[in-house]
Each structure stands twice: as structure tokens, then as C-alpha cells.
Design a protein around this ligand. Sequence first.
Ligand code: SF4
Ligand code: SF4
Length: 266
Amino acid sequence: MKVFVIDQALCNGCYGCQIACKDEHCGNDWPGYQKPQPDTGHFWMKVLQKDHGQTPKVRVEYKPFMCQQCDKCPVVEKFPEVATKRPDGLVSIDPERSAGMKEIVDACPYGAIYWNEELELPQKCDGCAHLVDAGEIPHCVDLCATEALKFGDEEEFADILDDAELFHPEYGTSPRVYYLNAPGLFIGGQVYDGNEDEVLIGAKITLTMPDGSKQTTESDHFGDFWFKKLQPGKYTVEMNAKGYDVKTVDVDLDKSLNIGDFDLTK
Ligand code: SF4
Ligand code: SF4
């Protein structure tokens, strides 16, 4: 059974995969697999972009997203005459028999299915099944220059799938697309000496986690500090530099936060 593995730490948001999908499907008819994708309006592969933080501490998260090739796809369950779970795990919609069935679009909780107005067809990523059946890999995977996208037999990735996350597991559809290194939330800030008007380098910053455990880091050459890959919850940040007062800030984290600049002389 095939899986996609997407390493978000390697994705630089170049949108190459999104363009690769267009390259493979716009204007191309793959008989028995897919009718042509319209030139506009469809994103069978889509790079989702989310901004984290507040100026000047801002990070952008990129998340390539497509049909998750779910083992419990409601489209397959509701429309077995047109949608198929293939033996290799890919989910396909028959481009002939699904004509006119707009109701299929709403059956996917991920919103991964698009309606082709001109051909009156529901369409989505099928993992480039026409290429896979020819012994090749999906075009987006092939063109990703950073190898953020991978595709292959589940066993090939056995050692890394334990650390992977699913997108919207609460939908209960058992996706076959695995995400590695999701950035999570961050807490960032800066420490400085207000009397000298200088940033403080090497200050010890301690983060108390919601479960009481601690992480430590040091302020960098800009006086900045970062704690990354955090989950929502209540945290405490303690800033401590030799010869200065200790400063403590409670943080109720529900989105990435720049908690500000702190003058440790006050
Ligand atoms: S082609 Fe690769 S690096 Fe570029 S956006 Fe897609 S997954 Fe990210
Ligand atoms: S993402 Fe939607 S269409 Fe694709 S397999 Fe999952 S439920 Fe089905």
C-alpha cells in the first residue's frame, strides 16, 4: 500500500508541486484515470500558507495539501459505483461514470474535490495513478526539488511514520498522507539592557511547559529567543541574565506569539 510522506521542514513554499500538478493534468486527458484539469480554479495539489507570530517575529508555515487518499473515504462509501479504493491505497473517481454527480464534491470533509464546470465532473488528486501504474511516481513528488514530498510503499517509511502526524485525524477517515516536522506554535521575544541601549546576548531563558517540564535556551546575537514546536497551553517564560533582575511572563498560548522586548534592568 502506498503512502505520501510530506516533510514540512524541507518545504520552502516554492509552489513547484502545485505547478507540477497543473503541468501533468491541465490540457491532458489520461483515459480511464482523469479528464483534463481546468486551467484555473482547481488545486488538486495546493500549498497552504499560514503566517505565525507578530512583527518582527514572523514565520510562514507551508503545508502541501491534496486528497489524503483515505482508507475510509466517505466518497467511496457513499458512491461505490464511481469511487474506488485501489489495492495500492490510492482513491480514484471514475471520470466517465461520475459525470454530472456534483454531490460527490460535498462528500469529502477535506474539501479536496473540485467541480469541473465545463465537463460537469468532480475531480481531485488521484496520486497520478496513471503514472504509478506505469511504474513512476506522482509528478509533484518528482518535481519537488527539496525532496519534501515522498511517495512509496508504507514499509519503506516504517521507521519515520511513528513520528508523523495526520491532517485532521478527527475526521476519522484514516488518511494515507503523513506529515513530518509540522512547525507547531512558537513563543519568541527579546531581552535588552535599557540603560546601555544594548541587546543582551546569552541570557538564559527557561520555558515551563504546561506539564511542568522545562526547556531552556539562550538569547542570540540579536537578544532574541525562540521556543518552537509548541502546542496550545499555559506556559511561563523566565528571563535571567547575570547581573540583572529575573523577569517572568505567563503566556496562554493559542497562536504563535511574539511576547515582546524586555528591559532586564527594570
Ligand atoms: S515543490 Fe516541494 S518545496 Fe516546493 S512547495 Fe511543493 S513540497 Fe514545498
Ligand atoms: S481527502 Fe476526501 S476525497 Fe480524498 S480520500 Fe480523503 S475523504 Fe476521500
